[in-house]
Design a protein around this ligand. Sequence first.
Ligand SMILES: Cc1ncc(COP(=O)(O)O)c(C=O)c1O
Length: 410
Amino acid sequence: MSTAARFDFAPLLPAGLPAPAARWTGLAKYSFVGGNIDPDQVPVDALLDALSAVLKREGKMLATYGLAHGPQGYRPLREFLAAKLKRDAGIACTDDDIMVVSGSLQALDLVNATLLTRGDTVLIEQETYQGALNRLTRLGVNVVGIPLDQEGMRMDALAAALADLKRRGVTPKYIYTIPTVQNPTGSILPETRRAEMLKLSQQYGVPVFEDDCYADLIWNGQRPPAIHAMSRHGGVIHIGSFSKSIAPALRVGFIVAPWEMMSRMLALKTDAGSGALEQMALAEFCAPHFSTHVPKLTRGLRKKLDTLMEALNEQFGTAAEFEDPKGGIFLWVKLPDNVDTLKLYQAALAAGVAINPGPEWSVNKPHGRSRMRLCFASPTHDEIRKGIATLAEVCHREFGVPARISNVTR
Ligand SMILES: Cc1ncc(COP(=O)(O)O)c(C=O)c1O
C-alpha cells in the first residue's frame, strides 16, 4: 500500500519566524516558573455566581460583537477600572480612556505595533519581563538595559543613557518600566524616582510605558501613585491586568492611553473584541468583591514567600542571596558566580523542578547567568519545601553549591 508523501510546509515559511514551539509536556512536579497564581485563591464560586447573574440579565447582548459597547470593551468593566485606578493609583481617567484587551500581552503588542519599527531603540529595566524582552528582540528593536537597585530603575543610569543616545542622535521610542512590584526583582519605584523619570521623559521627549500588572499584590497595600497619575504632559501609556489579581487564564488586561494613541491602537486591534464572558464575569465580580478579595490573596502569597525564603535559607544557606520583595509572586535569587542557571534549569527539570533561568529575564546576559526567578504563588507550601530541597541537591551535584546545608557537608 503506498502512502502519500507528507505535505512539506517548510519551503513556504517566511524568513524571520520565531523558532518552532516544543510540544506541551505538562507542568513540572515542582513548578516555580511562569506567572501562575495560587489555584486555591481563584474565587471560583463567586465568579460562577457573577457569571450566572450577568448572563441572566444581559446574556442576549452576546448576539452583538463587542456586546454593543464598542471596541474598547464591556462598559461596566471599564467603569469599574476607572474607579479603581482613581482610588488605588490616583489615575484620573474615564471609561472612554480605557481599552480592554486580551491580557496585557496584547497591550504590549498594540503599543509596540503603534510605536515601533525595526532599528528603533527603547529603554528598559536591565532585569525585566521576558515577554516584553522577547517581543522587542523579535521586532529588531535595540534594547538599552537600565540597571536597577533595591528601589527599581536607577535614575542616574537612565539620565546617562538618554544623554548618551541624544549625543548619538537617537531618540528612543519609550521607557518601559514595571515600577510597582518589578518583575523579576520585586522592587517598588519610589515617588521621587517616578517624578525624576517624568522629568527626563519630558526633557528628552520620550514617553513612559508603565506596566503595572502586579500593583495589587503589595503586602502592606500601600503603593505610590502611578506614573500616569503624576504626569502633567500626558506622555504615559499605562497597562494593567486581571491575571495576577484574579486569574491569568481569563486573559483580560487593559490600556489607559491618550486618544491620540488609543485611536491608533484601536485601528490595530482587529480581533473584533476580547472575550465577552470573561469581561462580564469580571465586572460583575469585581464591583462588589475586588477590594475584599485582594487582601486575602496577598496574605496567602506572603505566607508562601515566607515558606520559600525559609526553604532557601535552610537548603542553600548563604549561597542563595535575595531581597525580601515588597509584593508579587516572584523571588529573584542570586547564586554563587560559578552557577550557570541555564544549565541548572536543564538539570533541575530532569529532576522534576522547573525554574526560570536569569539570562532569560535580563538584557545583560552575564549579569543574569547566576541568577534565577522563582514563582512562589502556584506551588503548595509542601511543594515549595520539597522542590527547593531537590533543587539544592541538583545544584550541589552540578556546581558544588551549596557546599554545606544546615552545617552538614554534602
Ligand atoms: C510585567 C508583565 N507584563 C505583562 C504580563 C502579561 O500578563 P497578561 O497577558 O496575563 O496580562 C506579565 C505576565 O507575567 C508580566 O509579568
